[in-house]
Ligand binder design. Structure first.
Ligand SMILES: Nc1ncnc2c1ncn2[C@@H]1O[C@H](COP(=O)(O)OP(=O)(O)OP(=O)(O)O)[C@@H](O)[C@H]1O
Ligand SMILES: O=C(O)c1ccc[n+]([C@@H]2O[C@H](COP(=O)([O-])O)[C@@H](O)[C@H]2O)c1
Length: 205
């Protein structure tokens, strides 16, 4: 295992929160904490993306976003990693294939906010992703309905676990997904960028 990659043992349940984190915020911290509770996760890895393939504009420097994530977090169960840079991909399907090779026996769960479920059917090989790992979807202000009636939710409607069974999500085979309602938080990276609190390309923190 290359030294820069996180450790996990076979049998451990690891949640993966992929994101641009441009910048990270309390909403990310909050959904991570809730996902650990509701899905019974041992750890969560924040996969800081080299760049979302569907976003036209590139994000701020990856190392800068990683530092900002580490500065924000104060929880030993959460690990910030640039594993996609090491695997050499921006596509989640490839990331998951790479991780499953690197970590045989580790049970990964993909985590996403409701806004991402609404557009999930535009991701590369999204049906394969559904079949590779269980997916935990977390409520986000404004996106509950569009997520529930999204194409991915429709196509995989039989594989949805009731939210009262969320602790079983990681303990059975994909495809399976679960939508959980949590207390909502309104933070977004878009709003923070617009407020000027995170000036794109600025080198100073
Ligand atoms: N306030 C929030 N509530 C629920 N989920 C969130 C929240 N903020 C971010 N997420 C989820 O966290 C993951 C990573 O999000 P991302 O880094 O894109 O932040 P963002 O605030 O959505 O950014 P942007 O506004 O640039 O799209 C996504 O799955 C997103 O849905
Ligand atoms: O694989 C894809 O086609 C794909 C398309 C859009 C987004 N993603 C992933 O979704 C995660 C959330 O992205 P973002 O920019 O909304 O934070 C992040 O890990 C991206 O790499 C992946």
């Amino acid at each position: 295992m290359p030294h820069h990659l996180p450790h996990a043992r076979a049998g451990q349940i690891v949640g993966l929160l992929g994101g641009s984190f441009d910048p990270p915020h309390e909403g990310h911290v909050h959904i991570t904490r809730e996902a650990i509770k509701r899905f019974g996760l041992g750890q969560v890895w924040w996969l800081v993306s080299p760049g979302n393939p569907l976003k036209a504009e590139g994000p701020a420097d990856l190392d800068r976003r990683m530092r900002a994530c580490r500065d924000l977090l104060d929880d030993s169960r959460v690990i910030v990693t640039d594993v996609e840079r090491h695997i050499g991909t921006r596509y989640t399907a490839q990331t998951l294939e790479g991780l499953q090779k690197l970590y045989p026996g580790v049970r990964f769960v993909w985590l996403m906010g409701a806004d991402n479920l609404a557009s999930f059917h535009r991701w590369d090989r999204w049906r394969d992703i559904m079949r590779m790992v269980p997916i935990g979807v977390i409520a986000r202000p404004g996106d509950r309905m569009s997520a529930r009636f999204s194409k991915a939710a429709r196509v995989f409607r039989r594989d949805r676990l009731k939210s009262s069974h969320s602790l079983e999500l990681a303990r059975g085979p994909a495809p399976r997904w679960c939508f959980v309602n949590i207390p909502l938080r309104r933070e977004s990276s878009t709003a923070l960028r617009a407020s000027g609190a995170w000036r794109k390309g600025a080198s100073a923190e």
